[in-house]
Structure formats: C-alpha cells, structure tokens
Design a protein around this ligand. Structure first.
Ligand code: IN0
Length: 341
C-alpha cells in the first residue's frame, strides 16, 4: 500500500526490532495490542540512543551534545544520525521510519518515551566524561541506562491500563540493574577487546581489590584473582534478585508478566553460568540455546519463575560448597541465595 505521510510502516519497524533484539522481539510482539507498538518503538528509540553512546568513533565533544539533545529529535521527521554497525547501523539509517511511527503513538506514550530518553541521554553524557569508579557510580550508571527503562515501562503499563498494582520505582529500577549488571559481567572480554577504545563499566572499588589494571584479568596467571573479582560482582548483582521477584509477583497481565519475567530468568541463568567460571575471561559465556528456548515457552507463571530462580540459585550454591568454597564472597552469596529461595 502507498506509504502516505501519515501511515507509518509498522512492518518495517517490527523487522528492525527482530534484527536488533533476536529472541526478545518475539516476546514484545506477544504483548497486548494497546501496549505492543509503544514498547516496540520504546525499544527501538533506546537502542538508537545506546548505539550513539556505544560508537567509539564519535568524538566526545560531538557525542555528549548528541546524547543530551537526543530526546528533542524524537519529533523531527528528517533526523537521523548514522553510526554503529550491522543491524544497529540499519536502524540508524532508517530512523525516520521509527520517528514516523513514534508520532502515531498515543500522546501519553510519546511523553513517557520522551521523558525517559531525556533523562537517559543526560545520564549517559555524564558518564562519557567520567568513568565508573565506585559501586555508587556503578549503580547510578546502570540506573541511567537500564533502571530508567524500567520506570518508563511501568508508566507505559499503567497508561495502557493493563497494570493497576503498586510498581514502585525501586523495584522497577532493580529489574533494570539485574539485567544490565549481568550483561556488564558477561561481556568482560568483548568490552575490553573493543576497538578503537574499550569502555569498561566494572567498578574500580571492586576490581581494584584483585588487580592493578582491568586488563590483568586477561592473563591466565591471574585467573584466581580474576575469578574472585567475578564472584564479588555476581554477589553484588544477586542482591537485586529479591526485588526483581517482588516486582514480577505484582504484575497482573500474563503477556506483560512474560515480557518482564523472561529476561530476568535469562539473566539469572547467565549469572549461574558465569559464577566462579574462568571462561568469562577467555570467551563469552552464554546460556545453552536449548535452555533459552525452554524458558521462552515455560515462563507463564510466578511458580515457574520461582522454580527457575531456585534451579539457578542451587547451581550457584553447589559451586559455593564445591570449587568456590574458599572464596570469601561465596559465604555471603550463600546468604543472599537463601533469601531468594
Ligand atoms: C539495557 C537493558 C537491560 C534495559 C536492555 N533491555 C533488555 O535487555 C531487554 C531484553 C533484551 O533485549 N534481550 C536481548 C538480549 C540482549 O540484547 O542481551 C535479546 O535479544 O533477547 O529487556 C529489558 C526489559 C524487559 C522487561 C522489563 C524490564 C524492566 C526493567 C528494565 C528492562 C526491562 C529491556 C526493555 C526495553 Cl523496552 C528496552 C531494552 C531492554
């Protein structure tokens, strides 16, 4: 059909979604109609912002204003900023189609997405000019890039009248931190080998106890210290698990529940693989593909989420009692895991 100025090309937007989010796009497309398009566009908008932040070929004095101004581009039908690689570059090249669709959303959905994009862009810009040093920096950075996503999603759920429960900011924030911190831990090698310049988010307050520089952990001679640092970081992210479960237990719509629960289960599965695993420093550790598929279809109730969390908590507890038994943080992780159980 002729693409008149008014009618957005939704098929193209969903094909972009499939390209940039592999398995997760299926879950987004299963959302109820009053939420699906808003979440699809929210996801693409955040992915575009993330692509600008991640592109290390953009000079800092150009990137910072771009991030801060990004939210003003959401209504600019001509705007695009070509950067990034592969499917993310295709998103940026075709960004005006995302804008056309964004402008068709309910005004409330547009306002939510604009407010989050503004706060996230400002936060990202803050951390372009300074590194993540303390654990407080670590929590603040992850709040900006992932916690705010949770706050925005809660506003979209409420605006679509699918969720009426109390979904406070600190629970929504924990959902984001659980995912983002897991990605940061898993992606050590990918991030540190990044060309032309690595961007690391591991907090120096933690890794500084185990090495002089973060690159030290690539050296097999430092494997014991690297794994101790890794276990310390896994303990830190597992502290958010109880709040994630609390958030999930308050959801009312089954498709919204699946949309929120599936990434959380993938994350704890990834953490269980990573915990006490030196392969994090030699390759990228991922859940087995069969496991991912199994959880995509089985996460339909809070009971199944508890079963999945308990399954992965037990894998970590076995490691605490076995190979990691001399690790100072294994004991504390045991306590946190028992809370989860
Ligand atoms: C940085 C991030 C964790 C927020 C990214 N993020 C997520 O990780 C996606 C999952 C995803 O994209 N998985 C990828 C795998 C990967 O890229 O690692 C896949 O292809 O399966 O989920 C989150 C997400 C989903 C549901 C509830 C959330 C609550 C708070 C914060 C984030 C929430 C997400 C929801 C939206 Cl709307 C936008 C982005 C995200």
């Amino acid at each position: 059909k002729a693409q008149t100025r008014g009618s957005p090309d939704w098929d193209f937007c969903y094909s972009l979604l499939n390209a940039v989010s592999r398995s997760f796009s299926i879950v987004i497309q299963q959302l109820p109609p009053q939420l699906r398009d808003a979440v699809c566009i929210f996801y693409l908008v955040l992915r575009a912002l993330d692509t600008i932040e991640d592109d290390m070929t953009i000079p800092v004095d150009v990137k910072v204003p771009e991030l801060v101004k990004f939210h003003t581009r959401l209504r600019d039908r001509e705007w695009k900023y070509v950067c990034g690689e592969k499917d993310y570059r295709r998103l940026m090249l075709n960004y005006p189609l995302v804008t056309q669709a964004f402008l068709q959303l309910d005004s409330v959905h547009q306002e939510v997405i604009t407010d989050i994009a503004r706060r996230m862009g400002k936060g990202m810009a803050e951390f372009i000019e300074r590194d993540v040093e303390t654990v407080q920096d670590y929590d603040l950075y992850c709040h900006y890039v992932a916690g705010l996503t949770g706050l925005g999603l809660v506003h979209l759920f409420k605006a679509s009248r699918l969720e009426h429960g109390d979904l406070p900011d600190d629970l929504a924030n924990s959902m984001g931190l659980f995912l983002q911190k897991t990605n940061i831990i898993r992606d050590y090698l990918e991030d540190i080998n990044e060309e032309p310049a690595p961007r690391m988010f591991w907090p120096k307050e933690i890794w500084g106890k185990y090495g002089r520089v973060l690159e030290d952990f690539k050296d097999p001679a430092n494997s014991a210290a690297a794994v101790q640092c890794l276990n310390h970081l896994v303990l830190n992210v597992m502290r958010h698990a109880v709040r994630s479960l609390e958030f999930l237990s308050r959801l009312q719509d089954i498709q919204v529940f699946r949309f929120c629960a599936i990434p959380q289960v993938m994350a704890i599965g990834t953490l269980a693989e990573c915990f006490n695993n030196p392969q994090v420093f030699t390759g990228v550790v991922k859940m087995r593909r069969g496991e991912t598929a199994k959880y995509m279809v089985s996460i339909n109730s809070m009971r199944n989420v508890y079963l999945a969390f308990a399954h992965f908590a037990c894998i970590m507890i076995k490691k605490c009692n076995g190979p990691a038994q001399n690790d100072p943080h294994a004991t504390e992780l045991h306590v946190v895991l028992n809370e989860v159980l």
